[in-house]
Design a protein around this ligand. Structure first.
Ligand code: GDP
Length: 419
């Protein structure tokens, strides 16, 4: 079956393990590169007496983008017979971790690249952990540079066992582990003669096997308010429906104020859609039947499925700050459209992402993960990440910098949506 809905994927892995090469190859083999691009680059390399690298294809695309030649930009696209893909983060991108954490890059699936000769390295583990932390469950592993180990099955099995073991210990089970040689194109889109012992799918077939993300329509309504406009005596309350569905006539409760009113009208932002119902993913503007106080940052929900309201948040945090996070420090917390000042109340434990050991900590260093507790003055409306990822994640900001991202833990004995 084929669809026109693109799937967002990320390509992760240790530096130099071949992410760019694999992406260059994927683009080439799916016909996504402009005609003559590869030939031109090969000629340039030959003239300069340097070996051709598939990674140059990515660099060339980036350069065109910087010059504004390619209009459809920041993301890399290709398509298979099954569906279009968007690689939402280019390998080697400096902002990669930040994009992953802020959800700017909300990927549905990931490809983890590991060098067959080097095996699992620090960033292989760190990225694997981050995928898991952010709730990504569809991960395929490409054991790359199989040519360097003579396409040896025993070596492949060794690397496979190592990564399956690590991912397994954080609760992630890869859909496939594929022996590939990105540079020559082995098992990328066509089966390689060098790996007769391998019976699984190629990289492309593995991607095509991923299930598309389900829209969050079946979760309780979460409608964070972005803006309130006055317009022809009407007050338009605008935002994006993060989960659930909203219908004219619904009684909405606004958190944290607890005030409620009924939806009098609903407009689909921009679109010429006049339906009186809207689902997760849509940006809408509504009016209410009563003049209650509503402002940016509040979250509209249905009365029977409220979010959690509390002054404390227990979270698993990925720290990116240059300076370590310490108990007592204050940051701005951004959750959906809300912003709060928070204080770090406790650091429960610091997790070593590489060996999965953990210890009590008084500070959290850059690129570390920790279980922490945050405290706010006013109650914060939120969900736990497992109940509703849309309202269960946040970022911490210091000055103008995003210094960390976290997912909210479920409190002991807590029920879905109830307080
Ligand atoms: P990245 O940092 O993960 O994006 O890695 P690159 O794609 O830049 O590749 C790093 C180096 O590994 C480059 O010199 C590539 O040519 C080389 N490389 C990538 N794939 C293969 C492969 O399948 N076989 C071999 N022998 N080298 C490869």
């Amino acid at each position: 079956t084929s669809t026109t809905t693109p799937m967002n994927i990320v390509v992760v892995g240790h530096v130099d393990h071949g992410k760019s090469t694999l992406v260059g190859r994927l683009l080439h083999e799916t016909g996504a590169l402009p005609d003559g691009k590869v030939e031109t680059l090969r000629e340039v390399c030959e003239r300069r007496g340097m070996p051709f690298e598939w990674a140059f294809v990515m660099d060339a695309l980036q350069a065109e983008r910087d010059q504004g030649i390619t209009i459809d930009t920041a993301r890399i696209r290709f398509r298979t017979q099954a569906r279009p893909y968007v690689i939402i983060d280019a390998p080697g991108h400096k902002e990669f971790l930040k994009n992953m954490i802020t959800g700017a890059a909300s990927a549905e699936a990931a490809l983890l690249v590991i060098d067959a000769a080097e095996g699992v390295r620090e960033q292989s583990r760190r990225h694997g952990y981050l995928l898991h932390l952010l709730g990504l469950r569809q991960v395929a592993v490409a054991v790359n540079k199989m040519d360097l180990v003579n396409f040896d099955q025993a070596r492949f099995e060794e690397v496979k066992a190592e990564i399956v073991d690590y991912l397994g210990s954080i609760g992630l089970s890869p859909t496939h582990v594929i022996p590939v040689a990105a540079r020559s194109g082995a098992n990328i889109s066509t089966r390689a003669a060098e790996t007769p012992w391998y019976t699984g799918p190629t990289v492309l077939a593995a991607l095509d096997g991923f299930a598309p993300a389900l829209p969050d329509t079946d979760l309780p309504l979460r409608f964070p308010i972005q803006d309130v406009y006055k317009f022809d005596h009407r007050r338009l309350i605008a935002g994006k429906i993060e989960s659930g569905r909203l219908t004219v006539g619904d009684t909405l409760v606004f958190a944290p104020s607890g005030k409620s009113a009924r939806v009098a009208s609903l407009e689909h932002w921009g679109a010429g859609d006049v339906s009186d119902r809207a689902d997760a993913g849509r940006s809408v503007a509504i009016t209410l039947d009563e003049q209650i106080f509503v402002e940016r940052g509040q979250i509209a929900t249905h009365a029977d499925t409220p979010p959690i309201l509390s002054h404390t948040i227990a979270a698993r945090l990925f720290w990116l700050g240059r300076n370590p996070l310490t108990v007592g420090a204050r940051y701005r917390l951004k959750l959906a459209t809300a912003e709060h000042t928070v204080e770090v109340a406790a650091i429960r434990r610091v997790i070593d992402v590489v060996d999965l050991g953990h210890h009590d900590g008084i500070e959290v260093g850059r690129n570390a993960v920790a279980e922490i507790e945050l405290r706010t003055r006013a109650p914060v409306a939120h969900d736990s990440f497992v109940d509703n990822p849309r309202l269960g994640r946040f970022v911490l900001v210091e000055g103008h910098d995003i210094v960390g991202g976290g997912v909210i833990a479920r409190a002991e004995g807590e029920q879905t949506g109830a307080t």
